[in-house]
Write a protein that binds this ligand. Structure first.
Ligand SMILES: NC(=O)C1=CN([C@@H]2O[C@H](COP(=O)(O)OP(=O)(O)OC[C@H]3O[C@@H](n4cnc5c(N)ncnc54)[C@H](OP(=O)(O)O)[C@@H]3O)[C@@H](O)[C@H]2O)C=CC1
Ligand SMILES: O=C(O)CCCC(=O)O
Length: 492
């Protein structure tokens, strides 16, 4: 275990996984101009290491190399690609502890969660490697006697990704997985806060036998330059992004100039509804999992908790008890369940949302302040008496704040849950089968968790409706975003 003075490298079983150069066109490189930027540990505030600050020129080289490497990669059989991806999956799982420690150090989530993310991320590599063998086409009865119609699916071309800091491994894995599986080249630009997990994945990808140039990792401090290169470079055929709706809109506008295909996994504002016939203990367990996973910093975290009036007080009391039991601290230390927030801006947003609830007549049941550990640690918080006028009912808090709204009827709960521009994940707890059916059908969301707070898995299609995004990631549907359909009409 890392004590406060030990450096990260010294606790890794394989210190070579802590790569500090960028991976471009199959080479480990510095920036052309030699510049670097710091990667810091949000729990301690200290610098872990520096990485190269690449720009558009290096990104263009990575894109060109991906195009070149694709010629052979796409020509291989699905099974050949699958074998390399399986090896990559195995290496990720064999190195789960080290990858987890690197992830915790740069991002802050507790080690157990970080190891869980490695398994989750590796799962996408395994799943999509298997799918490589199942990129099926179609035959369609001809429209004239002498016509034969077939539909084949081909890799879309070079795919580029931009991903956030909250899942430094899994968000890349669920984009790289389908792209590489179907034969695309892949260039990723990890968040500037968390480049180390991406580089460690590339180390293992190289060991697994991914061909030179098929995968590049662009470390950079300034995202907008790399985003522009991705959108303006004519070799890139696909942009896949996870992050805020605001940045998603910018990228969609930029990508429009060359009519680039885009997948967008954007912000959420997940409602979590507890009906009066719910198993309350199960609902509290689900709310803890959904709300406090990654310290509230996921796009599928419960953001608004609606509780029916008959069980409101009992639920609030049980939830506050569970929240008070959470152990906050440095994620690299044993038993910690909630780490720091990613940065000071995140703390300010949490404070603003809490103050706004108080200004609208709500109250704090527990938490509400910076944690005594200082830095960006924040007390897990429960708020009651929250109304639709509060900011938290319209904006993602992205922090450990559980705001409880009261409602009376099923129709009211559905209407309030849908009263948002977002439509990613939603959750509800109930036992009446008629109610369960009506509510799951009535929620305008891409994902509905019924009597569960955990919905993430590589085997299901993850994605949102409304302004939460475009496309689906995971499941057999996940490869479609990286394929083009070609219709062939043969006269015989
Ligand atoms: N849907 C989701 O999964 C996520 C949602 N969010 C939401 O967004 C809020 C802000 O978080 P934040 O991390 O700043 O999210 P952003 O959307 O700003 O960042 C996500 C990624 O996009 C990059 N980026 C930022 N601006 C541009 C640009 N102009 N062109 C190209 N890439 C860009 C970032 O780079 P860099 O790291 O260098 O800034 C990062 O890699 C959160 O509080 C949360 O509400 C955040 C993360 C994930
Ligand atoms: O917050 C996000 O970026 C979405 C990932 C969460 C998940 O896959 O469960």
């Amino acid at each position: 275990m890392l004590d406060d003075k030990t450096d990260l490298k010294s606790i890794l079983k394989d210190p070579s996984l802590l790569a500090t150069k960028a991976f471009v066109a199959g080479e480990w490189v510095d920036a052309d101009d030699g510049t670097t930027f710091d990667v810091t540990n949000p729990a301690r505030g200290d610098v872990i290491c520096t990485v190269p600050d690449l720009g558009r020129a290096e990104t263009a080289r990575a894109i060109a190399a991906a195009e070149e490497a694709m010629k052979d990669w796409a020509a291989r059989t699905g099974k050949e690609r699958a074998q390399i991806m399986r090896k990559w999956y195995d290496l990720m799982m064999e190195n789960q502890d080290d990858l987890g420690a690197i992830l915790t150090a740069e991002m802050g989530k507790p080690l157990a969660e970080a190891r869980g993310e490695i398994a989750y991320g590796a799962g996408f590599i395994e799943w999509f490697g298997e799918e490589a063998k199942r990129v099926y086409g179609e035959t369609i009865p001809g429209h004239q006697r002498d016509k034969r119609i077939t539909v084949i699916k081909q890799p879309i071309g070079v795919a580029a990704s931009i991903t956030p800091w909250n899942f430094p491994n899994a968000m890349i894995a669920r984009k790289a997985g389908p792209a590489l599986a179907v034969g695309c080249g892949f260039v990723c630009r990890p968040a500037s806060e968390t480049p180390l997990s991406a580089l460690a994945m590339a180390v293992l990808g190289e060991r697994a036998g991914l061909p030179k140039g098929i995968l590049s990792v662009i470390t950079s401090a300034k995202a907008s330059d790399i985003g522009k290169e991705f959108c303006e470079n004519h070799t890139v055929r696909k942009l896949t992004f996870t992050g805020s709706t605001e940045v998603g809109r910018i990228l969609l506008r930029q990508a429009a100039d060359q009519v680039m295909k885009c997948s967008m996994e954007l912000g959420g504002n997940a409602p979590f509804i507890v009906f009066d016939d719910a198993d309350l203990d199960a609902a509290v367990e689900g709310a803890m999992a959904s709300k406090f996973r990654n310290n509230g910093q996921t796009c599928v975290c419960a953001n608004r908790i609606y509780v029916q009036s008959g069980v409101y007080d009992a639920f609030a009391e049980k939830l506050a008890k569970a929240v008070n039991a959470l152990k906050v601290g440095d994620g690299l230390k044993e038993g910690v369940e909630a780490g720091p927030l990613i940065n000071e801006d995140a703390v300010k947003k949490v404070q603003e949302h809490i103050q706004d609830v108080l200004d609208h007549g709500g109250s704090i049941v527990t938490g509400g302040e910076r944690h005594e550990m200082g830095g960006t640690f924040f007390q897990p918080t429960v708020l009651t008496g929250v109304t639709q006028e509060a900011k938290v009912s319209h904006e993602e808090t992205f922090g450990p704040v559980a705001p409880l709204f009261k409602f009376e009827t099923e129709q009211e709960a559905i209407a309030k849950a849908n009263d948002t521009i977002f439509g990613l994940a939603s959750y509800f707890y109930a036992r009446d089968v008629g109610r369960i059916t009506r509510v799951q059908e009535g929620l305008e969301y891409g994902i509905v968790g019924v009597n569960t707070g955990l919905i993430s898995t590589e085997v299901a299609p993850f994605g949102g409706v409304k302004q939460s995004g475009l496309g689906r990631e995971g499941s057999h549907h996940g490869v479609e975003d990286y394929l083009e359909m070609k219709y062939i009409c043969l006269a015989v």
